[in-house]
Structures are given as C-alpha cells and as structure tokens.
Design a protein around this ligand. Structure first.
Ligand code: GLC
Length: 635
C-alpha cells in the first residue's frame, strides 16, 4: 500500500463512522455505492481542498449527509433508482421529449401545473423543466434565479410538499421532473447572505467579500461583464463599503467554493431536492463556479472537479438523479462538462444558435460543420436540443470554425444581432436586443420562436421556419426541448416593459403567459396556432416511432447545396435502414439530384407522411422544407 492508499483507507473508515453515526448501520445498497464512490470523492477533495485544515472533516460530513439522505429516501424513489440502474440509457430513447415553462406564467402555481398533466401527455412530454420555483426576493429576482431558500417553494406557487406530490404525479404520467440547481450563487436575502453581511465569519467565508477595490479591480482585468445593464464588472458594493462578487445581478452573490463548507452546504441542498422526486437537476451557470485571479474565471479545471464531486455525492445518496449542464460558452468548453462523471445531459447551445444563423443567412454550412464535427458525445450522455430557451440567444460558435468557411466571427455576430432585432432591411425577425455592451460591441437577442422566425412580421416562410427549426431539434439526437407555448406559435409579449420588475430585462419579451386562445385554436387549421401545432405533433409522433432517432450517433451527409443541412441517423445496425434528414434553410426550393442519393436503394419512405419516394427522381424540398426519409444504404 502506498501512503496515499493508506490515507484513503483511513479517511474512508473515518467517513464511514461519521455516516453510521448520522444514519445508523449502512445498508448493502448504500455501502456498495459508498465503496465505489469514496476513493473518487476523496481524490477530488484532495485536489480542491488539500490546503484547508477542515478538508477531512468536510468530506466525512458530506458522506454523512449522503447516508442520511439515502436513509430518508422514499421507497418509491429507491424503486426508481433500481429501474434506472437496470436501464441507464433511458434518457437516450426517441420517446423522450422535454417541455419547459414558468410555473406562475404557465399555470398560476403548482396546482395549475398538475392540471396541465393531461395536456403534457397529449403532447407526449416525458420531461418537464419547471423554471425556478424557490423562495426569492420580491420584485426582480432574475426569474427566480436568485434563491433565498432551496428548501422552500415560493409561497405564491405552492409548497415543497406539493412539489413532491407533483413529481410523483408526473412520474405516474411518464414525465420526469427537472428543476434548477442554482448553486453558483444565492440571493442577497438567503440566510447565509444575511449572516455574512452581519459579519458572521463562518458565513462571510461563504461568499467572496473584499474590503476595498484592490482585488475586485485585479479580477476585473480578466473577467467578462455578464449583465452590464445591471452593474458594470463582476462586483457590487455592500452598504458597509465592502465589495462582493456578483457575476449576474447585484442581488445574486457568488458562492466561494474554495471553502469546503460551501460544498458541504450545497451538497445538503442538492440531496434534499433529489429526495423531493426531482429526476434531473439543471446545473445553473456551471462555468462560473470557480474563480482564479488572472483568468476569465470561467470553465476553470476546478469547476469540473466540483461537478464531479457533486456527481459522486449524488450517486451515493440518490443514484438515479442526473445532472444537466447549463454551459452557454464556447463549444470547446461546453463539451468538457459532458461525461457520465459530470453531467450526463447538456444544453446544445451551438446547434440552437446555428439553427438561427442558418435561417438568417439561408446558408446551412456553419450548422452542417457543427453537426459534422461537434455533435459527437461520450457514451452514456445526451444533448438537450432546443430551438430557444428562456434566455437570450448568444452566438457562441467558434471563430476558428467560421473562419474555415471564410466568415469573420465578429462581423457575423454583429450581422446576426442586427438581423434578429430588425435592423437589417428585409429581415423576417422581430427580436429585441439584450445586454448590448457599447464597450465591447457584444449583444444578444431575445424573442419567441414564432416572432424570431417571421410569423409576427407576417412573413410567408414564418410557420415553415418554426417547423423546420423543431424538425432539426427533434432529429439530430438527444432530448428535444420545447419552450411551452412555442408549439402553438406564441408571439412576443411586449408588456414586460410596463412592469418595473421586468422592464430592465428584455428576456421577458419571450416569457409570456400561457396563451389560452392559441391553445384553444390548436386543432383549427385556419390559425397559425392550429397549423404549427398539427405539424409539430406529427413530427413528435414520427420521432417516437423511429428507433433510429434514439441515441446520438449521426453520420454526415454532404451535398453540393449550401442551403441544405443533411445527415443520417443510423440506428443500432449500421448496415440496415437508416433515417436521412434533409433540411433546406433557403427561401427557394432545392432539388437533390439522384446521383447525390445514389448510395441508397431507390425506394425510400417519408416517415412523417408515410409516402413512398423514388430516389431515382431525386428529392425536391420546398423553401424552408425538410424530409425525414427512411433509406437503405447500398454499401
Ligand atoms: C442562467 C439562467 C439565467 C440566469 C443566470 C443566473 O444562465 O439560465 O436565466 O439569469 O443563470 O442565474
């Protein structure tokens, strides 16, 4: 045994004793997972906290929390743990379909969400992300992303007991509950924050507080401004004159993860949520959780170690729960968060942004390049493919990628922003600028799918673009995620500007209330809501019935047509039939000639309308049209 091994063994015995003191004798199931995970967690703690005296204690406490949490975990959730263990690829199924909504705006409260379950089933949802629903400051709380208590639901929405019941009802309906784990920061009203401000040293060390501008100035040499409309830089001043780190709004204070007590505290909150029946935790703002002077303080190696640490704790205490990464950063960084040891799921911000890029330019090459080279994932992980989320659209593509196509990234981002906020002549989009930064020229775009795609402007291609964007999100591989309301072509809501709590944040333009009328019209083909809904639900049905859409494998397919995005989804047997996806982002029809398709047998079937196609005739696609074809490769 090396000295290190001896260390692990001694620390493991110490942690086990602490766990038994907290939770009683360990059952076999926990003991097995503890033995599997402890050495990893130990190694992570060593790397993160070696210089801290309280490292060993904190580690033992974390294990004790996991043991106590497992002990308290309901039989129903333990049964779910076993089911998931037997079928670890459950989330890769083609039956998966996500929806996301604000509890208050969509349904008034948790009771209202429960009343929507029949509709969620009609739509085919298997995953429901409820936007932040925790206690948070009155007025502006960044849509709940400023959490004052992780254990209390915002009383205007319901209670934690109701959330737990809702999770069980959703599960019965085949829907996994997803909630945010907002662990980079708390609100300034969280008890930890109040105590820190009051000068309690234990809690001062939970945040990054500096007596004067010396350190903030030094950090700000290299960190980005995230919400420059709210405050410049990354710090805000406390009433007593000190400065505190606040990456986002002035009321969202970043936690100090260099302090193991913060890890321990947040691990406790995480396990608590897992035991309410949450099946996926959306790991908010993952890129920002570790800071180091002289760096951008984004995506540092320690951010990954922390996620791996939380992952190990979760595997001990609530093994079926998954993490979804919210890293809306450069694609080289996004991918680093995705692995079975970190986040099994991740938003796919590149595909999202490049779908809009392709629609604006009528050129599919950047999206095609991303699908060819940046789509592959480690085994046992999946993308969450969305057309738009509750946040702005940021153009997070790589400048190196665009340069390969002769496109200057900086100028292109400017064009895209101008295009989507209506500053380019002839644009079909009705978006609103978000966080325009005159110092850097940065800006982002907000708007609902229907408004960005041209329906609001009355553009003839608007409905087709909405459907096309969803057809891509539903076919590239991963869990497609609908922003609820988009499936009935909901438009921007400009009334956000009348409410002081939201006026300063244009993302509210695309977070409207549930569009009751549009939902009532969803079967009426004379309305945009009816037409879009019918076309999208047909796609959902076709996807569900197509086993090749499971998993993430994608084989590029190249044609000489720049407006065409094309790829194949091979399914389990690469020699058997596969799905060929063809998507035309142009305003004109295109024809794919028979020679380009000559690698396939001539008989193909359109899996959306069931019609046969003879590939010897080539394939014609209308403007903004697409096809999902079942084809048989000839070799
Ligand atoms: C994430 C959320 C965003 C929020 C931010 C701060 O990026 O998606 O809405 O403003 O985190 O919590």
């Amino acid at each position: 045994m090396t000295a290190l091994d001896e260390d692990v063994t001694a620390d493991q015995a110490f942690a086990r004793a602490r766990a038994e003191a907290a939770a009683g004798p360990l059952d076999d199931s926990f003991a097995r997972r503890f033995d599997e995970e402890f050495p990893r967690l130990h190694g992570l703690f060593r790397r993160l906290y070696a210089q801290r005296e309280d490292e060993r204690e904190a580690l033992a406490d974390v294990v004790a929390l996991a043991a106590a949490s497992w002990h308290a975990r309901s039989l129903e959730l333990r049964a779910l743990d076993s089911i998931r263990e037997a079928d670890p690829a459950w989330f890769e199924s083609q039956r998966m379909l996500g929806g996301v909504c604000y509890v208050d705006r969509y349904a008034g409260g948790l009771t209202g969400i429960r009343e929507q379950i029949p509709y969620f089933q009609e739509l085919g949802l298997t995953y429901l992300h409820l936007m932040p629903l925790f206690e948070s400051p009155e007025g502006n709380s960044d849509g709940g992303y400023a959490v004052s208590s992780y254990r209390r639901v915002d009383p205007s929405l319901g209670t934690m007991a109701e959330l737990a019941e809702l999770s069980a009802d959703l599960r019965l309906a085949g829907i996994s509950l997803v909630v945010d784990f907002i662990f980079n920061h708390t609100s300034n009203e969280h008890e930890w924050a109040r105590r820190a401000v009051a000068g309690d040293p234990e809690f001062e060390d939970f945040y990054l507080i500096f007596p004067d501008r010396r350190m903030p100035d030094a950090y700000e040499q290299t960190v980005r401004e995230i919400f420059p409309d709210d405050h410049p830089g990354a710090f805000v001043q406390l009433e007593d004159g000190r400065w505190i780190w606040a990456t986002f709004h002035h009321f969202q204070w970043d936690l100090n993860y260099a302090n193991p007590a913060v890890f321990r505290a947040m691990a406790g909150e995480m396990l608590f949520l897992a035991n309410q029946g949450v099946e996926v935790l959306r790991m908010d703002a993952v890129a920002f959780i570790w800071k180091r002077l002289g760096t951008a303080c984004e995506s540092l190696p320690e951010a990954h170690l922390l996620l791996q640490g939380f992952n190990a704790v979760l595997r001990m205490g609530a093994p079926s729960v998954l993490f979804k990464s919210e890293a809306i950063v450069h694609p080289d960084e996004v991918i680093q968060y995705i692995s079975p040891d970190e986040c099994r799921l991740s938003y796919n911000p590149l595909q999202m942004a490049l779908t809009w890029e392709a629609l604006a330019t009528r050129d599919g090459r950047m999206l095609q390049l991303a699908l060819d080279e940046r789509h592959a994932l480690p085994e046992g992980t999946a993308w969450v493919d969305y057309v738009r989320g509750h946040d702005d659209i940021g153009w997070t593509f790589s400048d190196e990628d665009s340069a390969r196509l002769g496109i200057d990234g900086h100028a292109h981002r400017r064009f895209l922003n101008d295009f989507y906020v209506g500053r380019v002549e002839g644009t079909f989009a009705r978006g609103v600028p978000f966080q325009e930064n005159p110092k850097t020229g940065d800006a982002r775009v907000t708007g609902t799918t229907a408004s960005l795609a041209g329906i609001e402007a009355g553009d003839a291609g608007g409905e087709d673009r909405v459907v096309l964007a969803h057809a891509l999100a539903m076919s590239t591989g991963g869990i497609p995620l609908l922003y609820l309301g988009d499936e009935v072509a909901q438009l921007n809501d400009y009334t956000y500007a009348d409410d002081p709590a939201s006026a300063g944040d244009s993302r509210w333009v695309h977070r409207p209330k549930r569009p009751v009328e549009a939902y009532d019209e969803r079967t009426d083909a004379a309305t945009p809501a009816g037409r879009v809904f019918t076309r999208l639900t047909r796609l959902i049905a076709a996807r569900r019935g197509t086993a090749e859409f499971a998993g993430n494998e994608l084989i590029p397919f190249h044609t000489p047509i720049p407006s065409l995005v094309a790829f194949q989804r091979p399914g389990r047997d690469p020699l058997a039939e596969r799905i060929l996806v063809l998507a035309n982002v142009a305003d004109e029809p295109v024809h794919i000639d028979p020679l380009t398709l000559s690698g396939f047998a001539r008989d193909a079937v359109d899996i959306v309308d069931g019609r046969r196609r003879d590939l010897d005739d080539g394939v014609s696609l209308p403007a903004h049209g697409f096809a999902w074809l079942r084809v048989t490769p000839l070799w």
